[in-house]
Ligand binder design. Structure first.
Ligand code: PLP
Length: 450
């Protein structure tokens, strides 16, 4: 019999059954399937890690949101926020459901066109629109949401060369009680910049001001902030009508609804605290119907909801690489998905589940990604059962801002698959390989010798 390797004994707290301030700890049940498809089968077929998107959840979430607004207000239009997740398959699901496109760059604009969105159903936001971007978008009758005076001057400059009259809105920023106040985008309400911009637009004569836009922040849990914003936009609309006899046809309240992901440091889980679509819809539509718009008109209500429509539909499944003890004896688990894929792990306490049955015992564990980088922490100090090397895990609610903000750092980006309504699995973005990078790179002649 060979001699056993000596292992230093450590003391560890066994937390099974011991109540914390909320009651007894519950055993973490595994999540084995998504829409009745076994996660293990998906990993076997498409590799580890892998992003998994549920078409069913996207459609159901969209319908819930649309219903919350359309039952309370007569004219409602959603525009899918491309930067939240611009995989073509995802965008096309939203477009099939009736969403327009909301884009913030020439690249996203082109994606929307390629997804067969007609120009007049594309909202062009953001501070970065080149002369060529503006020319194309205006000629396509897209809605241009002007961010700053320099953009307005550009539009005025290119006016003589345009084939269509620009259809514009201005983005307005304001104090709604939300901290920090996002005053770097658009024109400020309180200091009169927004009113100046409207005057400059309407004295020109060649531009149509058809809407007013806000996007007051993201992960906003205070629905009242939207009501305050709508009151201020209505005041601007009335002032505009009094002076120019022009009424606007839509109010765009942007995005910003919170998803059910819990922010780091939050006391209660977000599933208990996040307002529902009904809560937001109540606050927003009540404000829309209680303020007076010029001529008693009812402007269309546009929503650019991103995060809250897609977070729930996305999952990230992967495998455990190793377990180890840190210097002070704490348990650490290394997994094959890090902040390269979950940039958002900096803000969120993601929920992570084993994919297979585990032991009843759990232990405070820090979950690290695979990167050679100290900040690559997916979850800090959570109570988690022991998973062995090769065991699988799945992280919940990763649909928003992951597949757009992910970085190609150290490893390739993995496959993204979509489970359709019939439970069929489709690759919607291929895993990267060395060819992807070889195509992009050029080696100067003097470095080409073998
Ligand atoms: C990012 C963004 C959105 C989407 O915001 P969420 O917080 O994800 O809902 C909507 N509108 C604009 C202008 C944006 O920049």
């Amino acid at each position: 019999m060979s001699k056993k390797i000596y292992e230093r004994p450590i003391l560890r707290k066994v937390v099974e059954g011991i109540p914390n301030k909320f009651g007894s700890l519950k055993r973490l049940r595994p999540v084995e399937t998504i829409d009745n498809v076994a996660i293990n089968d998906i990993i076997d077929e498409y590799g580890s890690p892998v992003f998994i998107i549920s078409e069913k959840t996207i459609r159901e979430t969209y319908k819930t949101a649309y219903c919350a607004f359309s039952t309370r207000y007569p004219k409602v239009q959603f525009a899918w926020s491309y930067k939240t997740n611009y995989l073509d398959a995802v965008c096309r699901i939203f477009h099939q459901e009736g969403s327009w496109a909301e884009v913030v760059s020439g690249f996203e604009y082109e994606k929307a066109l390629d997804n067969n969105v007609s120009g007049s159903k594309i909202i062009f936001n953001g501070p970065d629109k080149s002369d060529a971007d503006l020319t194309r978008a205006i000629n396509n009758k897209s809605l241009i949401h002007i961010d700053h005076f320099d953009e307005l001057y550009t539009i005025i400059e290119i006016l003589p060369k345009l084939k269509e009259r620009p259809q514009v809105a201005i983005r307005v920023n304001m104090d709604t009680g939300i901290i920090p106040q996002w005053d770097r985008f658009g024109f400020n309400y309180e200091n009169g910049e927004a009113w100046n911009a409207i005057n400059r637009i309407l004295t020109d004569g060649g531009i149509d001001l058809i809407g007013l836009h806000i996007h007051i922040g993201t992960y906003i849990t205070m629905s009242k902030a939207y009501s305050i914003a709508i009151e201020k936009l209505a005041a601007l609309a009335n002032k505009t009508f009094d002076r120019f006899q022009k009424s606007i046809s839509y109010i765009d309240v942007g995005g910003g609804f919170a998803s059910q992901n819990t922010l780091q440091g939050a006391y209660m889980p977000a599933t208990d605290t996040t307002p529902s679509f009904d809560d937001y819809a109540h606050a927003i539509t009540t404000a829309m119907t209680s303020v007076n718009f010029p001529n008693n008109e009812t402007p269309t209500l546009i929503l650019e909801t991103g995060r809250a429509l897609i977070d729930e539909a996305g999952w990230l499944a992967g495998s455990v690489l190793a377990n180890k003890r840190l210097a002070d004896g704490r348990r650490a688990m290394v997994i094959d998905s890090g902040i390269n894929l979950l940039f958002t792990a900096f803000w969120y306490d993601y929920e992570i589940f084993p994919v297979q049955e585990t032991s009843f015992q759990s232990e405070p564990t820090t979950i690290y990604g695979p990167l050679c980088m100290n900040i690559d922490v997916v979850r800090n100090n959570i109570d988690f059962p022991l998973l062995n090397k090769g065991d699988r895990f799945v992280i919940k609610r990763v649909g928003a801002y992951t597949m757009t903000q992910w970085m190609q750092f150290i490893t390739y980006r993995p496959n993204v698959v979509l489970i359709d309504l019939n439970g069929k699995v489709h690759v919607i973005r291929k895993e990267e390989n060395k060819e992807v990078f070889r195509i992009q790179e050029l080696v100067p002649k003097h470095l080409q010798n073998k």
